[in-house]
Design a protein around this ligand. Structure first.
Ligand code: RAT
Ligand code: ZN
Length: 416
């Protein structure tokens, strides 16, 4: 038992620093899937979070069209020049690139991008991937596998090797909204009796398609992201699809349905991925889904800070809802701190405090090192309050609780 407050603080910090984390949502791919797996200096520097920042300061004659027509190294050069050399790299995404290069042992203070690039050019991905996972101290990362992406499906059909540290998630966004006609074509071609004007048979066939896919890819969950206009209930096509196909398929496959809610698409399409904004969504829509489907399991993260409190309260009401991560625009120290405090105060350890959303392998390094530091600060406060209240935890109990919010509670949720 720990009897001293200083000893308690160092035990908590050590537990967070050393905990093995599960990264429940990334955009990584197996090395066998070739160029789909992004890594290296130029990918780090052209992360869409950084492209958005570049255009906040870029000269007016740098049009989006000009930028996208450039080779990646030229795009990265522009980001480096405007966001790292001409002004302080104080934003979360810019600091993240610095942390990443630094933790890889590169001389960031020297500001020599060419030598950083040279180092990356010497790395072999099969050795580099495990090295990054070790530096980030991750047991496994969940990928985003677009089952309606022809490029990705082509790789899966070839049965290529997938390292143990990467697990699949079936990404099904095109089923909802504009993608419907195209995906009906894909499913019909694969032998499923689906119609663009959906009837009960179509829903059954979509369910069968998802269950068959699950048997092949063995996903951890099904996932989709939804805009801030997310709506559920009544006699809508989306509601019927969720009720009759998606949730039944997830239940049959024994996996949760993950919903990421709150992007505002098309705010600035010229910026491509970087052009999505944020909007406040209706938590009641999610509430209705949870009420209607007690047999399902739901993993949820929301994008707007405004939604976080209501969402966290909702997670106290339903054991089949598990919250994860501080998503995208919430993945900033001030908001991670606030969200983690709020979730601990309302949920104890029954949530997953963070996911990386890494699109570029190397980003695992900074996303996890930055988050560990913030979560450690919050946990030191919480354990100190508990100590003052008279409780005396052991080191093992602290390690157990830390692991819970970095992946243990997620594993329990999957198993329950
Ligand atoms: O955070 C991001 O990189 C977003 O662009 C999206 O990938 C989002 O996380 C998603 O999975 O839809
Ligand atoms: Zn994502």
């Amino acid at each position: 038992m720990i009897e001293d407050a200083n000893e308690l603080a160092s035990a908590v910090r050590k537990a967070v620093e050393t905990v093995v984390v599960t990264d429940v949502h990334t955009h990584l791919f197996p090395p066998s899937h070739g160029d789909l797996l992004l890594w290296g200096a130029d990918e780090v520097l052209t992360y869409h979070y950084l492209v958005a920042e570049l255009f906040t300061v870029a000269p007016r004659d740098l049009t989006y069209e000009k930028f996208w027509a450039m080779p990646k190294t030229a795009q990265a050069d522009l980001v480096w020049e405007h966001l790292f050399l001409k002004r302080g790299a104080l934003s979360e995404a810019t600091r993240g690139a610095i942390t990443t290069f630094n933790r890889l042992g590169l001389d960031v203070a020297g500001r020599d991008l060419d030598s950083i690039r040279k180092w990356f050019a010497e790395q072999k991905i099969d050795e580099y991937l495990p090295k990054v996972l070790e530096l980030a101290n991750i047991d496994y990362a969940v990928m985003t596998n677009g089952i309606f992406s022809a490029e990705q499906v082509d790789f899966w059909q070839r049965d290529l090797p997938v390292p143990e540290c990467l697990k699949t998630a079936l990404r099904i966004d095109p089923l909802f909204g504009d993608g419907w006609e195209r995906v009906v074509g894909v499913m019909a071609e694969a032998g499923y009796a689906v119609k663009t004007e959906p009837d009960d048979k179509t829903f059954d066939e979509v369910r069968r398609f998802l269950v068959d896919y699950s048997a092949r890819l063995k996903p951890v969950y099904f996932a989709a992201s939804f805009g801030s206009q997310f709506a559920y209930g009544g006699d809508t096509a989306f509601t019927r699809l969720v009720d009759r196909a998606v949730v039944p398929a997830a239940v049959e496959a024994g996996v949760p349905f993950a919903l990421m809610i709150g992007g505002r698409g098309g705010v600035n399409p010229g910026l491509r991925d970087a052009g999505v904004g944020v909007g406040v969504a209706d938590v009641m829509a999610l509430t209705r889904m949870l009420q209607r489907h007690p047999e399902g399991k739901f993993l949820v993260t929301m994008l707007s800070r405004v939604n976080q409190h209501e969402l966290t309260v909702l997670a106290r009401k339903f054991g089949h809802l598990h919250l994860f991560g501080c998503w995208w625009f919430c993945n900033n120290p001030s908001i991670i701190e606030e969200m983690t405090r709020q979730r601990l105060e309302l949920l104890g350890t029954a949530f997953t405090c963070q996911h990386s959303d890494a699109r570029v392998l190397d980003q695992l390094i900074y996303k996890w090192s930055h988050s560990r530091k913030i979560v450690a600060d919050v946990l030191v406060d919480k354990y100190t309050d508990l100590f003052v209240a008279g409780w005396r935890p052991t080191e093992d109990e602290i390690a157990r609780d830390v692991r819970a919010i970095f992946g243990g509670s997620f594993a329990e949720f999957l198993d329950k």
